[in-house]
Design a protein around this ligand. Sequence first.
Ligand SMILES: [Zn+2]
Ligand SMILES: [Zn+2]
Length: 405
Amino acid sequence: MEMRTEEQDSRVARLKAKVCENVDARRDELVSVSLDIHRNPEVAFTERHASGLLASHLRAAGHIVNHPAFGMETAIRCDIGPANLPCVGLVGEYDALPEIGHACGHNIIGTAAMGAALALADLGADLPGRVRFIGTPAEESGGGKIILARKGAFEGLDCAMMVHPADRNLPTFPIIARAAARAVFHGRPSHAAAGPEHGINALDALVTAYNAIAAWRQQLSHGCRIHAIITEGGVATNVIPERTVGEFVIRAPDRIMLEDMRARLNACLEAGALAAGASVDIAWDENDYHELVTNWPLAQAYRSNAERLGRNFDEMADQPFGFAASTDFGNVSHLVPAIHPMIQAMPRGTEFHTLDFARGAASDAGMDALVDSAKSMAMTAIDFMCDAKLRGAVAGDFVAGRKGR
Ligand SMILES: [Zn+2]
Ligand SMILES: [Zn+2]
């Protein structure tokens, strides 16, 4: 038994060393792809250049690539390796933000996932499992992965991973649930001076609703958030507003708390309409973002591999109060065991969605993060493919995580 374990260990060590060599051999290629995507930022669902570039590199390496995939023009699917072995999903984002470009560093994410897939594929017959690279459009808005999930993009995976650039190395990220609504208030127009009593003021309805929300904030549970903006507030001061529109986002640590918030937000909106004698149409976005269920055995494997590359991790317990975001990868983590670690790609204190972050995403440190995240994911895939005990722990943690919900 002892002998076999040692043999197994040396095989894993050899494969890990090889995938790291494979990433290094492709370093120039990966950096050039990532910088090209960075120079040509594309927002949700329009990522034609980025997805085309990634697909062309996968094809050039001799792989069969679906692009478009799952009915989405800018999505990619590339399956590598034998179908009967454990299958690891490598998830790549590549959408940018309006105005500020790659201020979330998705040029690094998509290229790193492709780099890991190619490094594993370059093992040839030694690849001890199956890999699916999934190019996932529209993370920043649109919930691309939620749409892809409905089309079965994550079916058949035994686990899934993606790594996001940040200002620090973390084994996971506090990803909270999110839902969005748009409310249209309907009143009745009248002349604001000559006949205000004939009007029904849709702006009063919206402002009363807004104030009800503002008062509610005081009683919000820890970790809950609500955001509200007015996008239409009337058209002329001398007309009692007939129509107003507001947009609202709620966030909560989990989906159950999110449902409580949804009911309360509906009540606030209806109360505003009722008070003004107006009516309201509330439309909830059908693509709710779910909280991330971190698969800890897999996250721990990732962390050990990244530490082997010299990466020092922050502990989650030391993160600042309120440190949280939402992503459609949260939904993926409810379908398959999944991890979403963060890798340091820029100086500490650089905030997401800023021009500094966009600069960091094309910096030398950003490119080191690209290479290290590709290596860490590829090594973690090797662990998962070769270690039945790890696969058992990952599957057990996934079931336990779902029972808790
Ligand atoms: Zn972002
Ligand atoms: Zn992002």
